[in-house]
Design a protein. Structure first.
Lengths: 153, 153
DNA sequence: CATGAAAAAGTTCACCA
DNA sequence: TGGTGAACTTTTTCATG
């Protein structure tokens, strides 16, 4: 079903580092000519191994200088909690990352804000108003050491 | 210095959702013609607002089905701890994300592994062997609810 | 900033090895 | 599967309004 060889992994690696590289340059780097190269790309896309392409945007340059991790626990009695909580979270522009954790109704969020004032507003005007939210814990990172790329090897 | 208008934000949004969109289609969507559109893109790149383009790869399809968050605390006495720890982390293919947290010598990692066996190997053969690592706590997410995009608004 | 045309570059396809 | 070359599309640049 998958059958990825070394060349496919090289292609994935190159496209992960620069999605707008031309097929010509890409084909030279992976040691192929352009045609089979673009064929392989289309196969990788159709198999769902490549799921899309996106521009990387420097959030700090747009004014979102702060990241904050927030652990959220939902109240035990709320039965439709997960679905409605997740729907609410997806509508928050501040939340850039959200994981459902093992353990009961535990979420880990990463929120992106301009400053602490905006974070306080996010907490009071949004997060605490979502139905079923019972406890919140925040921690503040200083900087990102590594990130943004998928594991390939 | 920045001077981003509505159209620039639309461009960023479109490129974040599909970095390989053609300039023609993009220009239609943002309500411009292709020439000024590509000029704006180049400006956004040169200002460092767009920092790159990358393919999204489905890690699960490559066999990396599990994510694990790992909190690491470094021993207090290790002075060159941060630099050498970070260098070691950058060399671990399993670590897809790493944040330096506030609080003393605290890191939050996200590691991507095939299964618990590989995770155990990562812990015993890699992480615990890095100089200065004093305590480790793991938590396992069930699924990602939201993620992968930068905040724009 | 829009338009339109021309030049350059990139992509895709049929066909052969 | 990979290579070649032709047909096609897209991108870039420029003159003009």
């Amino acid at each position: 079903m998958l059958d990825l060889d070394e060349i496919d992994l090289k292609i994935l690696n190159e496209l992960q580092e620069d999605a707008r590289i031309s097929h010509q340059v890409l084909s030279e780097r992976v040691g192929l000519s352009p045609s089979p190269c673009s064929r392989r790309i289309r196969i990788l896309e159709s198999k769902g191994i490549i799921t899309g392409y996106s521009a990387h945007i420097d959030e700090r340059k747009l004014g979102f200088a702060m990241n904050i991790f927030v652990s959220v626990k939902l109240a035990h009695q709320v039965d439709t909690g997960l679905v409605s909580f997740e729907r609410a979270i997806r509508l928050c522009p501040e939340v850039v990352d959200c994981w459902l954790m093992t353990g009961n109704r535990d979420y880990l969020l990463r929120v992106s804000v301009r400053d602490l004032d905006e974070f306080e507003h996010f907490l009071t005007a949004r997060l605490t108003r979502i139905d079923g939210v019972s406890s919140i814990e925040s921690s503040i990172p200083i900087r990102r050491v590594k990130g943004g790329m998928s594991r390939l090897t």
